[in-house]
Design a protein. Structure first.
Length: 77
């Protein structure tokens, strides 16, 4: 089932306003927990982990964000 433009637009806004800050908090908490348990990573390891975590959230949300910045294709001309 394809989502309509309005639904995708609302879901993308919800994901950016609510979901992304929550994901950031969870990701930083997990990294802090791992560093407290196993010790500090080298600086390049931390950068690599944060880059991977910063990109991986897009993968499941890509269909929602696709085409949201364009004009509504269902709107009357």
């Amino acid at each position: 089932m394809a989502l309509s433009y309005k639904v995708r637009r609302r879901l993308s806004m919800l994901a950016l306003v609510i979901g992304l800050p929550a994901y950031i908090i969870v990701a930083v908490s997990i990294v802090n927990w791992a560093e407290a348990r196993w010790g500090m990573m080298p600086w390049w390891g931390s950068v690599l982990v944060y880059i991977v975590l910063g990109v991986i959230w897009v993968v499941p949300l890509k269909p929602i964000f696709r085409g949201v910045g364009k004009d509504d294709p269902d709107a009357p001309q």
